[in-house]
Design a binder for this molecule. Structure first.
Ligand SMILES: C[S@@+](CC[C@H](N)C(=O)[O-])C[C@H]1O[C@@H](n2cnc3c(N)ncnc32)[C@H](O)[C@@H]1O
Length: 294
């Protein structure tokens, strides 16, 4: 009898540990184990991300590409996609013939960016898209730079979603548009402390970050789509080359110029390598004394 009880106890313990591991790694994508684990998991998952997600062109166009283009002051806009993954948002927007702008896309998973680069090769070669390996909570751009900033299916996986939202607000120009997703329903309940109800999210965006004209709509399973405009007004942020908008990690100056396989700062000599796939390796660049924490 005693042996049977011990056996059952061991089985239950193994089951509970298995459940905990499933929750920590699978259900919550490593977010409670820290940024390194999240990115490690995305690096491993990158090769099957698009296959698993089964993005449908018509659906992506209807919910993302077309309405975003309509929300812009100009089709020649400068856009930032934060946590771009395999380049879903840029790929959708570049499919709109009327869109003539440029998109800077950042992510911390190098493998996800490799997939994005393959998808956006034509736009990378034409200097219409730039892929930057860097974290979402330290964006290397001055205040009020972008006409639109997007972040889809990613806030809940950040160490601090609030810090990322503050960065997004900072780099959006007054009057510019922000498009976000907000995790909802059963999927949100699996991530305690990492998500907000739509009501709380709207309140946070308006009361804390000063966004206005918030619109929240149903989107895909587990997510709402949230549109917001940064309060105020300013000149439209039209498309500009990356060299005119990103700061050197060492001296903080806007002085990086492109060379064949790297960017070089004309102010302090800092170099930032570019991978064979075209991804700019800001995160792994050797920086002696960074001007800001990466
Ligand atoms: C579910 S994917 C979403 C990708 C894309 N936005 C989409 O909708 O398909 C989440 C992305 O967030 C990225 N990510 C997670 N934490 C990050 C961080 N701290 N900084 C930058 N990117 C991060 C991951 O690498 C991954 O590509």
């Amino acid at each position: 009898m005693e042996t049977l009880l011990i056996f059952i106890g061991v089985l239950v313990s193994i089951g509970l540990v298995g459940l905990l591991l499933w929750w920590l790694i699978n259900a919550t994508e490593g977010v409670y184990l820290g940024r390194r684990v999240v990115i490690w998991l995305y690096d491993r998952y990158a090769h099957r991300y698009d296959r698993t997600k089964e993005f449908e062109t018509a659906y992506e166009t209807a919910y993302l590409g077309r309405p975003l283009l309509q929300a812009l002051d100009t089709p020649n806009a400068l856009i930032l996609d934060v946590a771009t993954g395999t380049g879903r948002l840029p790929a959708t927007l570049f499919q709109r013939p009327a869109f003539t702008g440029k998109i800077v896309a950042v992510d911390l998973s190098r493998q996800m960016l490799t997939r994005a680069a393959a998808k956006l090769q034509y736009e990378l070669d034409a200097n219409r898209a730039y892929l930057l390996h860097c974290p979402a909570d330290h964006l290397p751009f001055p205040d009020n730079t972008f006409e639109a900033v997007t972040i889809l299916e990613a806030l809940e996986f950040m160490p601090s979603p609030e810090a990322v939202l503050r960065e997004i607000q900072r780099v959006t120009r007054p009057g510019g548009v922000v498009l976000m997703s907000n995790r909802q329903g059963r999927e949100a309940k699996l991530l305690p402390g990492k998500t907000m109800s739509n009501e709380r999210f709207e309140h946070y965006l308006t009361a804390t970050l000063g966004f206005e004209f918030i619109e929240i709509e149903k989107w895909q399973v587990g997510y709402a789509l949230v549109w917001a405009f940064k309060a105020g007004d300013s000149a439209t942020a039209t498309a500009r080359p990356l060299g005119e908008i990103w700061r050197c990690p060492t001296c903080d100056q806007i002085a990086l110029v492109p060379q064949p396989n790297q960017w070089i700062c004309t102010h302090c000599g800092q170099t930032i390598p570019v991978g064979a796939d075209g991804v700019i390796e800001l995160f792994s660049a050797k920086v002696d004394r960074p001007a800001r924490k990466i």
